[in-house]
Write a protein that binds this ligand. Sequence first.
Ligand code: DQA
Length: 145
Amino acid sequence: AKLLIINGPNLNMLGTREPEVYGHETLNDIHTSCTLKAESFGHQLDFMQSNAEVELIEKIQQSRGIVDFIVINPAAFTHTSVAIRDALSAIDVPFIEVHLSNVHAREAFRHHSYFSDLARGVICGLGSQGYLYAIESAHKFLTDQ
Ligand code: DQA
């Protein structure tokens, strides 16, 4: 099956960005481990990051009818973007929301997500492992279907 992992703004700075919050791994490290995990299940993985809301929305729109499952870390757009939420609603592809940090242990403005009620599940606070758990869960969902 086809899996798509979408990363929002500032995640291109992982590794050097507040490592005490987000860890030392780079986005490239996460890309590599996600690709290995997806391939171990026989899935194809497309992995992208953008700092621009429009690019994230266009990627989501283009995945309608093509992608079987999405894993998304919307980053700061988690807490602001009705437009990305609406794009995910429009395409009707199941998705899991992932955050590296435990957003609930942080500032109050990070406690609300525009995505969680639409997501099949939400993983937060487990660092980059969260992406791998999401791929495992996507695999189970796709094979149980
Ligand atoms: C994040 C949490 C968000 O609150 C923050 O804006 C991010 C990253 C995470 O992965 O922990 O950029 O989504």
